[in-house]
Every structure is written in C-alpha cells, then in structure tokens.
Write a protein that binds this ligand. Sequence first.
Ligand code: SAM
Length: 251
Amino acid sequence: YFVTPAQFEGDRVEITGDDARHIAKVMRGRLGDKLIVSDGVSREALMEIERIDAGSVFAVVIEPMEMSQEPRLQVSIAQSLPKGDKMETVIQKCTEIGAVSFVPFLSERTIVQYDAKKEGKRLERWRKIAKEAAEQAHRNRIPSVEQPLTWKNLLAAFSGYDAVYFCYEKEQGSQLRDVLKPFAEQALRESAKPASLLLVVGPEGGFTEEECRAAEAAGAVAVGLGRRILRCETAGMTALACALYESGEMG
Ligand code: SAM
C-alpha cells in the first residue's frame, strides 16, 4: 500500500480512504496481519496492523525494506493526448513495465478537445490508475502524471533529461535500437545517479515533419521503432520495454 510521506511518521502509519476500506472489508484484515507499506518516495517497510478504526488502519514497522524494485534507467513517457481512454491504458501498462513519469501534451494533430475545466478530474483519475498499477506491479514508487503541456512547453522541458527520443515512424535513419544500446551502456556505467530518458510519442495522426524538425532542434533524436506502424497507445510501452531491456531491467 502507498501512503503519503506525511502519513508515514516514525515507525507508524495511518492508512485511510479506499486503501483502509480495502484492507478492512475486502482483505478482512485483522490485528497482527502483515502489510507492505511505502511512502512512494524513500521509505518502505513490512508492517503489522495494530488497530482498525472506522475509516483508518494503523500499522507499525516490523522491518524496514530496501527500495529495490525501481529501474536505474528513469524513463518518462511524453504522450500526445490520444482519444477516449487510451491515455489510461498508456499509464497503466507503462507503470507496470517501469516508467517513472507521464507527460501528456498537445500537438498539431491531437484530436481530443482539451478542456482545462475538466482537467482536474481527469488528472485525478490518471493518478489513481498510476497508483493502482504501481501497487499491482509491487513498485516502490508511484509514477507522476503531469498536467498536459503545450507543444512549446514540451520542447522547453527536453533539457531536463539526459536523452530525448522522438518516436517518428517516417524516420529513415536512426532506429531506437541504434541509439539505445550506447546510451544504456554509458548511462549505467558512468553515472552514480540514475540516467533519465524521455520517449515522445505522437497522436493517432502522427507528428508533422515540422514538429519533428522542431523536436530535433530542441535536442531530441528522431527514432524509428521498426517497419510496422504501432498504435499511439502501443508505441510508448514498446519503446519503454526496449529501453529497459537494453539497460538490463527486464529480467
Ligand atoms: N493510426 C494509428 C493510431 O490511430 O494509433 C497509428 C498512429 S502512429 C502514427 C502514432 C505514434 O506512434 C507516432 O506519432 C509515433 O510517435 C509512434 N509510432 C508508431 N509506430 C512507429 C514506428 N514504427 N516508429 C516510430 N514511431 C512510431
């Protein structure tokens, strides 16, 4: 279970909300039952239930655990907003595979109407999906889901990553494999701090040629993912799995 750092005080936590209900009603939790609790940032522990109240489960640390399930290569997915509930699929699957954050954005051929007023609810839902997928995958961290960015702001954010790969099906030169191998080897060998990689994926109608040139000018490398055209919700998870495979994170 994930709690906020503020809920994980000293060697005790108070679990509230849906998680408390899940422990009490679905799992039929009893005093003395064991749980693994993480603050999603730096602490995780095997804990024991010491009290169940209406709406809250209180637990105490039995044994601190190492934060060990997280990949050393920190891959973020920038996804041009897809139609329907495809963004939910992207967040769920990429969280299981090991993405550390999601950056939705708007590009020229984005089809969905962006409504800032409805954004709060949607963001809340996406974050809930990330949390549940992280729990299911036994992750130590919940990937962050950012507010959707404009194209211009996305380009400005490229400088915050060690590498940015712009997935472009019309790319004739570099394929993901060509750039990943040397990057993963160097990143994992040289730096004590985990290397960061941003994978940029387009909408149903793809990116324009101009967008590709602008992304390259902002520091991205345009890459192909092979000869077949992947759906917009498939491209990110495929590239992510390849990146983590190259860095030795897929078993
Ligand atoms: N029309 C389909 C759909 O509705 O999902 C395919 C869309 S494809 C153009 C969407 C995005 O996936 C592209 O902008 C690109 O980022 C990525 N993509 C798909 N296949 C790719 C490939 N073979 N190489 C590189 N990127 C690819």
